[in-house]
Design a binder for this molecule. Structure first.
Ligand code: SAH
Length: 397
């Protein structure tokens, strides 16, 4: 017998509209769920069917609805169908020679919350966000094999008690990928490491932003890339003709990784500056030296803790922008990005406005970006549409 989970009356409407995440507060009897991975039927308080889902603990969620169709079973054909649809949706990307790294399956946007799959030059990397979804490993692997026959498959388990990545050998099936694996994005190269911890070397969701920076914002400009990680934005800026790039990141690994990304793209890294330092220290140094940049890219993590500082986008982004405005040239451009799902688009625009007001400066927004098409989202689950990027011109200061 399938477990029967009952929605609280106030939440039933949400599920009727197709909201896929089951949160603890939304159900009357979460205690019936015993083992992650078990399938449940969600009903309203009168027992009418709302959806079928799986039990899996992920942040505030205790599971995801997999189907809103009564009678649809969660079996191998179900997973096959979802995977085929996901591959179809990206069929042109699967054929592209220019871009060989993208998101193949994006969680609830493709109908299965808690699961993402990235594609890298024929290899796939699966992210499991709960023990619950990991219980379907065999079905997901089989579906993936049938849909696209990857050369090799890697995985990241992101579900210890704190939702952290579990460090282990990530190779799962097929043939092992070269180390590093070279992938292409809009004709340029990135080195990725599928078996080297939580992050592989490039964030695929910024593809369109990198292209814009290369094609329209970098020619003959001085570029400062804050929170630069492996320097992906700096590489695209340099390829777009920047007169100089400066990359700042506090992590030691960022230096060799950034050198590598420049080198594989034929850029002399010695003509660029790569600084391993806390950005907040760099702001002070840059102010003292009266440094000014034409283009400043800001892409901080939602939350970060260093020895001296905790940074949270929701609390500190406005001040980060104020520091940035002071070292951006008049008529220069700031690329302000955040992936914080607790900062809405409205709130983010509010930070921008306040930061300029408090700096006695003026601005105009040139364009903005959200997640690229392959990061498909569910219209019912707005939190999944987390990326907000604004290109802001400093018109007066
Ligand atoms: N912009 C990058 C991704 C940034 S990931 C890209 O497009 O690839 C966030 C990065 O911020 C990490 O590399 C982390 O080391 C760095 N970071 C976090 N806190 C920092 C701080 N206070 N100063 C500098 N870098 C920081």
């Amino acid at each position: 017998m399938q477990k029967k989970l009952q929605s609280k009356p106030a939440s039933a409407k949400l599920f009727q509209k197709g909201y896929p995440l089951v949160e603890m507060e939304a159900v009357a009897n979460p205690g019936v769920l015993k083992e992650e991975g078990e399938i449940f039927t969600l009903t309203d308080s009168k027992g009418a069917f709302l959806g079928t889902g799986y039990y899996g603990k992920q942040n505030k969620g205790i599971g995801w609805i997999l189907t809103f169709k009564k009678g649809e079973s969660i079996d191998q054909p179900f997973f096959d169908k979802k995977m085929m649809e996901a591959a179809d949706y990206r069929s042109s990307m699967l054929k592209s020679e220019d871009t060989t790294a993208f998101r193949l399956f994006n969680g609830e946007g493709d109908g299965i919350g808690g699961l993402t799959i990235d594609y890298f030059e024929g290899y796939c990397l699966i992210n499991w966000y709960s023990k619950g979804i990991y219980a379907f490993k065999d079905q997901v692997l089989a579906a993936l094999q049938k849909a696209i026959r990857p050369k090799g498959i890697y995985q990241k388990k992101r579900f210890d008690e704190k939702g952290q990545y579990i460090e282990e050998d990530d190779f799962v099936a097929g043939e092992e990928a070269p180390y590093p694996l070279l992938v292409k994005e809009n004709g340029e190269k990135f080195a990725v490491y599928l078996n080297e911890g939580a992050m592989v070397g490039v964030f695929l969701d910024q593809r369109d932003v990198r292209k814009a920076i290369r094609d329209a914002y970098s020619k003959d400009k001085t570029v400062l890339n804050m929170f630069s990680y492996t320097g992906a934005f700096s590489v695209f800026a340099a390829l777009g003709g920047a007169s100089k790039t400066v990359s700042v990141d506090v992590a030691n690994r960022s230096l060799p990784k950034t050198i590598e990304q420049f080198s594989i793209n034929g850029i002399d890294h010695e003509a660029q500056e790569i600084i391993v330092e806390d950005v907040f220290k760099y702001f002070k140094y840059a102010a003292k030296k009266e440094k000014i940049y034409d283009l400043v890219i800001l892409d901080p993590p939602s939350f970060a803790k260093s020895k001296k500082h905790t940074f949270s986008a929701a609390k500190d982004y406005k001040n980060l922008l104020k520091d940035t405005i002071s070292l951006t040239a008049r008529n220069g451009v700031i690329v302000a990005s955040t992936n914080a799902s607790n900062v809405s688009d409205e709130k983010f625009k509010g930070f921008i406005d306040q930061a300029f007001k408090e700096s006695n400066a003026k601005y105009s927004i040139l364009e903005n970006y959200k997640l690229p098409k392959d990061f498909r989202t569910s219209p019912q689950y707005k939190q999944g549409n987390y990326l907000k990027v604004y290109f802001i011109k400093v018109t007066a200061k």
